[in-house]
Design a protein around this ligand. Structure first.
Ligand code: GLN
Length: 291
């Protein structure tokens, strides 16, 4: 991962012109039902592989690591970077702290978890900045974890439980629950996404309702997730989850889904490159009873 300063971030404003008309903005969300037996209505499924001529490089933007990064969330950036590079895709990774403007032409934006006060501050600054919402509106991929997940929704509970306005780029609404959800989590992903079972670690007080403009990402086998038996949510190219661990290290299939939303269909990686990831993943899956 290359940490870049403001000068480098300027290059994040170049657009290599890969955004064709095939990109769908959030205004094009499908409103599928929640029956995971129905593969037809998923917002993102038809998009996989639709952009075979991807960009020569991928612009990853890590949003506010100074406020939003817990439980190794940085690993999500490292994994996307590595899995892109192993497929010959050049990567420009940019860290944007909360006193810097968010570039509007990144391909994938990452947000991590955070404690209550930094989360409120991050939401306020991101709303004032406007860059992330603009990028999401143009079809950029957004991957948001825990505090980041809550704040891309319309509202979440602040440090005293007070409602705090979110970015409104994903149709979810969060509030403070009765008790914290802490521990390992296992969840089965909406089959429309073609991603294997999720393993992660969660630690949050918030509970989240998924609105009609989004779909739950998965169904919980062990753990808390959204608090209603589902975990995470997605619509268009915005995907959020409570999973740390980091999520994309434990779940390379989810990493490849995000990459494919940005650049199109991806070839599988040589098993040699998957060995450590597979061992880690298998070990975490084996450590937690499913249900
Ligand atoms: N502060 C939020 C909550 O407790 C998010 C926590 C986190 O990001 N781990 O719900």
């Amino acid at each position: 991962m290359t940490s870049m300063g403001p000068a480098d971030r300027e290059s994040g404003h170049r657009d290599p012109g890969h955004r064709g008309s095939g990109h769908r903005g959030l205004g094009d969300r499908d409103y599928g039902d929640l029956d995971y037996g129905d593969r037809g209505g998923a917002p993102a499924s038809g998009r996989r592989g639709a952009h075979a001529r991807g960009p020569a490089y991928l612009r990853l933007v890590w949003v506010y690591p100074d406020l939003l990064s817990t439980y190794g969330d940085r690993g999500n950036l490292l994994v996307l970077e590595r899995r892109a590079r192993l497929r010959g895709i050049g990567v420009e990774a940019t860290e944007v702290n909360s006193d810097q403007p968010v570039p509007r032409h990144g391909d994938i934006y990452l947000l991590g978890g955070g404690e209550d006060l930094p989360q409120v501050l991050a939401a306020r600054r991101l709303r004032a900045d406007g860059g992330l919402a603009a990028a999401a509106g143009q079809g950029s991929v957004v991957f948001a974890v825990c505090a980041g997940y809550q704040l891309v929704g319309s509202e979440f509970g602040g440090e005293e439980g007070q409602p705090v306005a979110g970015l409104e780029i994903l149709d979810i609404r969060s509030s403070r629950g009765e008790r914290r959800g802490v521990g390992e989590i296992l969840a089965d992903v909406d089959p429309a996404l073609g991603v294997p079972r999720l393993t992660g670690f969660e630690n949050h007080q918030g509970v989240t309702q998924v609105g009609p403009g989004a779909r739950p990402l998965s169904r919980v086998l062990t753990g808390v997730g959204n608090g209603d038996g589902t975990e995470g949510a997605y619509a268009g190219r915005v995907l959020g989850t409570y999973l740390h661990g980091p999520a994309l290290v434990r779940n390379p299939g989810l990493a490849d889904l995000l990459l494919s939303w940005a650049v199109g269909a991806l070839p599988p990686l040589d098993p040699e490159y998957e060995a450590w990831t597979a061992r880690f993943r298998d070990q975490r899956l084996a450590a937690v009873p499913a249900g």
